[in-house]
Write a protein that binds this ligand. Structure first.
Ligand SMILES: Nc1ncnc2c1ncn2[C@@H]1O[C@H](COP(=O)(O)OP(=O)(O)OP(=O)(O)O)[C@@H](O)[C@H]1O
Ligand SMILES: [Mg+2]
Length: 284
């Protein structure tokens, strides 16, 4: 969908203060038709990258080129991108529905197009009930749901979500994750920055990981986990009224099982150990 090449961003500081190197030499390509998680600690540079991608700020070095499927240029691409900002600001005095109409108008969409999207998604995003209320009275989660609906107005090819799940309750997170998975099945491409790694593991096929502004991994989650779990086997057993577990290499399994049984343990399970994305991401 886009190719980032050697993107760097330095925020120049005032005299006697240090410059902030928010991004350093970041290059990666976003695959089409999959959900990609964008991971990194607070301040890793995720939001900065997204702002550069959308053209809100310019990079100090490097560039981002949009693919043909997005029209090639940024102007064209923006028409096919939906974006949910990390810290949205919506016009407080407008009602939810009027805000969506206004946003639709700015995007040169017809009233019909806007209504179709509201009809299709407002109910399942559990925001329909509030569309005729003023935004000033919305809760944080309601704002996020409205933002999500707004991002779908132009039937985007690429959806960019900056921390879409952070303000939501567990049911809200489920709703949004289900919707993300459905959109991917429809062929949309999704780029999600998040700290909630298990959620990313659930909905994304790929990840891009930043560490202090530098790219440390890009690729399939599956490959990352395979590489790092390196064929360990987990044995769970019951002994002295307690359930215990240990990990051994495959060649040691038989011997360990024999000795556990000799010690009077009963074996509960023997399974290949698959690392969780969270453990792996902390390591890298
Ligand atoms: N306008 C700005 N001026 C100066 N420094 C900035 C500016 N915007 C971002 N930064 C700095 O750039 C670095 C990256 O910030 P960014 O917001 O991109 O991180 P992030 O990965 O989105 O973090 P979080 O997970 O907390 O949202 C931080 O050190 C931040 O302080
Ligand atoms: Mg951020």
């Amino acid at each position: 969908m886009f190719q980032a090449s050697n993107v760097s961003k330095v925020f120049k500081s005032k005299l006697f203060e240090k410059d902030v190197y928010a991004l350093t030499d970041v290059s990666f390509k976003l695959e089409r038709g999959v959900a990609t998680g964008f991971l990194g600690a607070n301040g890793a540079g995720k939001t900065t990258f997204i702002k550069i991608l959308l053209g809100f700020i310019s990079p100090s070095e490097g560039k981002i080129v949009f693919g043909e499927e997005l029209g090639g240029t940024r102007i064209e691409a923006l028409k096919k991108i939906g974006y949910v900002p990390e810290r949205p600001y919506y016009y407080q005095h407008l009602k939810g529905r009027d805000f969506l109409m206004y946003m639709g108008e700015l995007s040169e969409l017809s009233l019909d197009q806007v209504n179709t999207v509201i009809e299709r998604y407002a109910e399942r995003l559990v925001i329909k009930f509030a569309l005729d209320r003023e935004i000033s009275g919305y809760s944080k989660g309601m704002l996020q749901r409205l933002g999500f609906l707004c991002a779908l107005l132009n039937d985007p090819e690429l959806l960019i979500l900056d921390e879409p799940l952070s303000g939501l309750d567990p049911i809200g997170r489920r709703d949004i994750k289900d919707l993300i998975q459905e959109l991917v099945r429809e062929g949309k491409s999704i780029f999600i920055s998040s700290h909630i790694i298990p959620d990313v593991e659930e909905v994304c096929e790929q990840v891009v990981c930043l560490d202090q502004g530098r790219l440390v991994y890009q690729g399939r989650i599956h490959d990352l986990l395979e590489k790092t779990s390196s064929g360990r086997v987990r044995i769970v057993y019951h002994k002295d009224n307690e359930e215990k577990g240990l990990e051994v290499s495959p060649s040691d399994v038989n011997q360990r099982l024999d000795s556990l049984i000799d010690e009077g343990a009963s074996i509960v399970s023997v399974t290949p150990h698959r690392a969780r994305l969270e453990e792996v991401v902390y390591k890298i």
